[in-house]
Design a protein around this ligand. Structure first.
Ligand SMILES: [Zn+2]
Length: 78
């Protein structure tokens, strides 16, 4: 069971670091191309999932940013 705890902890650390440094990732549906699968040279179809931005917010990145900022703020006051 100890190994599993390390795996979960490691995954959590990777997730926090990723959410902090790379809060945006290429949209999964269009892979950053910003167009949907029906697009051709004549017809530009905007990806519905990212609304044409080509990016998506990493799950929980806002929460991580808030938590880190709160932690840093507390340390700074002392
Ligand atoms: Zn997209």
């Amino acid at each position: 069971m100890t190994g599993l705890v390390y795996v979960i902890f490691g995954a959590a650390v990777v997730w926090v670091v990723r959410a902090w440094f790379w809060p945006l990732a290429p949209c999964r549906k269009c892979d950053g191309t910003k167009t949907n699968s029906g697009s051709t040279h004549e017809r530009f179809g905007q990806c519905k999932r990212c609304k044409g931005s080509g990016m998506r917010q990493v799950l929980g990145s806002r929460m991580v940013h808030r938590a880190v900022r709160a932690a840093l703020g507390r340390k700074g006051k002392r």
